[in-house]
Design a protein around this ligand. Sequence first.
Ligand SMILES: NC(=O)c1ccc[n+]([C@@H]2O[C@H](COP(=O)([O-])OP(=O)(O)OC[C@H]3O[C@@H](n4cnc5c(N)ncnc54)[C@H](O)[C@@H]3O)[C@@H](O)[C@H]2O)c1
Ligand SMILES: N[C@H](CO)Cc1c[nH]c[nH+]1
Ligand SMILES: [Zn+2]
Length: 444
Amino acid sequence: MSDVSFYDYAKLSAEAKANLLRRSETDISGFIEKVRPILEAVRAEGDRAVARFGRELDKADISEDRIKVSEAEFDAAFKLVDDAVIDSIKFSIQNIRSFHEEQKPPAMSLKEIRNGAFAGDRFTPIRSVALYVPRGKGSFPSVTMMTSVPAVVAGVPELAIVTPPAPDGTVDAATLVAARLAGVETVYKVGGAQAVAAVAYGTETIKPALKIVGPGSPWVVAAKRSLAGVIDTGLPAGPSEAMIFADDTVHGGLAALDLLIEAEHGPDSSAYLVTHSRRVAEEALAALPQHWARMTEQRVAFSRTVLSGTCGGIVLTSSLEESYEFVNAFAPEHLEILSRDAFAHLGHITEAAEILLGLHTPVSIANFCLGPNAVLPTSRWARTFGPLSVTDFVKRSSIGYVTAPAYPEFAEHAHRLAVYEGFSSHAHAVSPVRDAYLRGDGER
Ligand SMILES: NC(=O)c1ccc[n+]([C@@H]2O[C@H](COP(=O)([O-])OP(=O)(O)OC[C@H]3O[C@@H](n4cnc5c(N)ncnc54)[C@H](O)[C@@H]3O)[C@@H](O)[C@H]2O)c1
Ligand SMILES: N[C@H](CO)Cc1c[nH]c[nH+]1
Ligand SMILES: [Zn+2]
């Protein structure tokens, strides 16, 4: 297909290579401006603004008294969703739970640092967390599972899902089923920037939360960035992105098949095939029309936009080393290593949020049901952030305990350093003044 962006990597200038690293959300300043009045209205008017934006932006039949999903709506959802889909949700939740249980830190660990002096960590759940489940260019029971399961494993006592209402004023039925099966009781019908504001400030119906996690459109990303001083906004998860790394042991048609997985999310997705094999690149180009012929019109349009634009396409390198270089520079959200010897490449890749190995681990399996979390950092944040995990739902306190026999040695060193730094009270607290109190004859 001539309208697919094709890059001969070795021939690109440094500037052109840098341009390949851009994402649609790289410049989000326009959205920041546009969400400001939404955030302000929710802060000032609460439920009234939430319902109004639901009607205006989601075109939903929604009023202030129907923002919270009722028990009757949960019951109806279980009747609406096909039994086979409920089975798949249960299969996925089992795997996601099994994976995340391994991440649960011990409630407390103490190490004897020196004789009689102990130090360690204690982990306690964050008191309240909101889980953002998108619904615009798709419905996402999968995101419900990926956010809810680690939160429940962590033991967060106050959990609530926020998700946009559909035009008939309902929440996606499978999202409600997944929420209940994962152990989340509360769901609010609010999405976009107004959802982030509602859980940051609280409204008459919606309880404020300490943190919000979950991926979303640029509206959600912009609202999170704007309210980062009010609520903990967790790892930055924006529009989906994937890179398919293929060596010369695979068919390019298979690489094209997997390239389309994340390219179909929306026009703002990013999706690249990188290969040093011209045969693979040409087979991929030739296969795309066959794959498009099997897709829905909307998904063809999204993926064509992505693959023909500046955030997607095929990158032909001159060597495996150059392919590794491009992957690491891009730091993708999802990476497939499509090779009959995938483990041979793994050691060369350091910057990717999720690395899927071999011919039988397409992104789809990881998106839905393998177990690792599919809420992942986008926009090159994989260079410093990891996937959503149980640790995102707990906070760590340091614990220290010095016994009487260990105290004198520590006091001596602390006193010396306090004097050096010029802190007189710090020094007095570990001086003979303290010793007098400890003996029981302190100053009166
Ligand atoms: N990183 C991840 O783990 C991950 C997982 C799943 C999905 N995603 C990404 O999340 C995103 C989901 O986006 P989506 O659109 O499907 O759902 P969304 O829920 O994030 O966004 C839809 C909401 O945006 C708001 N909105 C839409 N148009 C607006 C306008 N003109 N003005 C103000 N607000 C407006 C509306 O309130 C609407 O409810 C996609 O980019 C997808 O690729 C990422
Ligand atoms: N690809 C998304 C994460 O970037 C997850 C997902 C859910 N459903 C489909 N895809
Ligand atoms: Zn996906």
